[in-house]
Design a protein around this ligand. Structure first.
Ligand SMILES: C[S@@+](CC[C@H](N)C(=O)[O-])C[C@H]1O[C@@H](n2cnc3c(N)ncnc32)[C@H](O)[C@@H]1O
Length: 398
């Protein structure tokens, strides 16, 4: 079977799977007081409520061990290791690189960059799309002795990249451009190989749409942050995905990138407090304003979490331009939030089974769109998920 029909078939299977089980993942846990399936699958709710905190933490870490216990409640659940969610793994050459090439690049970022660079086979002009400081482009230029044009929106990053390229004597130049305004469209032509490492949402989508028109010879793209988009509802790129009945809001798209690498105990303690305080504030505003509507808060400096809860509530009221008289005792809202948080964590235990399937659905949509534009496309992973969970790599060639 050719790649075209193979990827079509995989996408259709993913779509069917995700569509059939939306009740287990297509929701925003913070908006719910009880499980979205509490009426349709009370036995699953009971099972989750009976999990101890220790068990919860264990299964958060080792979700696959939970799968056999979930089968009685969700018969069509597939394990995370299911063939449908498995893509070809690329191997790295692990060439010893001189230490000075990685100056100023953190360990994990360097591992991503060198693994990505290993997959770039080219003698074409390389265009690095949304390059940051152009670390990837610099390494590729050095390794393959190729000219690289790195496109980046922030002038300061262009300046840093340009000065490092000069120091390391590589053929890399920078262009400051806003790719979403089409300011880099003219850089791409049929002789280009465009590489893009973790250009967020619309940034890589623009490139995929542009490829249809400009026909660069090759593209190597590792997508990320699917939710960083202008569209409030996801607009599929491929014909097959346009036929899907899934309606994905920006908030739901966040689920696809919710598998993060956890870093250290302090951070996870802070993030637990952050969720608790967000929920407690929500309980407080619901009580004071006599509403049932969830009140989302923007991101905030983590320093706020080290102060008093009352100060956080006052900050949140100010941010949301809410005016109400605060009750003297705020502790009851924290207690209510504790019990909501318990449910939220258990909802996430279920929805995490759909994180990779959803990401794959989104990435196959991009793959199919490129195939429709005439490319031969290969989807693989270019590094281990411990190095970056955003490890999918789309390689397209005309
Ligand atoms: C997640 S970073 C990835 C950087 C780099 N490719 C890497 O992997 O380290 C995304 C980059 O896109 C740049 N960017 C954001 N909006 C852009 C735009 N409209 N046009 C061009 N670059 C943009 C950001 O400044 C940032 O450097």
């Amino acid at each position: 079977m050719g790649k075209l029909s193979l990827y079509n078939k995989t996408f259709a299977q993913l779509d069917e799977y995700l569509t059939a089980l939306t009740v287990y993942w297509l929701f925003e846990a913070f908006h719910y007081k009880d499980y979205p399936w509490h009426e349709t699958n009370p036995a699953l709710s009971d099972f989750l409520d009976n999990l101890s905190e220790q068990e919860l933490q264990h299964y958060q870490q080792f979700p696959d061990q939970l799968t056999p216990f979930l089968y009685p409640f969700i018969k069509s659940l597939r394990p995370l290791t299911d063939d449908l969610f498995t893509v070809n793994k690329l191997t790295s050459i692990t060439e010893d690189l001189p230490f000075w090439l990685s100056t100023g690049i953190k360990g994990r970022k360097w591992s991503q960059i060198s693994a990505f660079a290993d997959q770039v086979e080219s003698d074409l002009n390389i265009i690095e799309w949304c390059a940051g400081k152009g670390h990837l482009g610099r390494l590729i230029s050095w390794q393959k002795k190729l000219p690289v044009l790195s496109i980046e929106w922030q002038q300061t990053l262009c300046d840093v990249g340009e000065s490092q390229a000069k120091k390391q004597q590589v053929q890399q130049i920078f262009k400051q451009a806003d790719v979403l305004k089409g300011q880099a469209d003219s850089c791409i032509n049929t002789g280009s190989h465009v590489i893009s490492l973790h250009a967020c949402g619309d940034l890589h989508l623009h490139l995929i749409k542009l490829a249809k028109q400009k026909k660069p010879q090759q593209l190597t793209i590792s997508p990320c942050c699917y939710h960083l988009t202008e569209q409030s509802i996801y607009q599929p790129c491929s014909l097959l995905a346009k036929k899907s009945s899934l309606i994905l809001s920006k908030q739901i798209l966040k689920l696809a990138v919710s598998k993060q690498i956890t870093t250290g105990k302090r951070q996870s303690r802070l993030s637990e407090t952050e969720v608790l305080w967000r929920l407690a504030f929500d309980e407080c505003q619901k009580y004071c304003l006599q509403t049932e509507r969830y009140c989302p808060l923007p991101s905030f400096p983590k320093k706020l979490l080290t102060g008093e809860f009352k100060a956080f509530v006052l900050w949140a009221m100010h941010k949301k331009s809410l005016t109400f008289t605060l009750p003297e005792m705020l502790q009851p809202f924290l207690v209510l939030a504790e019990s909501r948080l318990k449910k939220v964590r258990r909802m996430e235990l279920i929805s995490q089974f759909f994180v990779r399937p959803l990401e794959l659905w989104l990435v196959y949509d991009r793959v199919l769109a490129l195939q429709e534009s005439g490319y031969q496309v290969k989807l693989s992973t270019f590094c281990a998920s411990q190095i970056t969970p955003r490890n999918l790599l789309i390689e397209a060639q005309l």
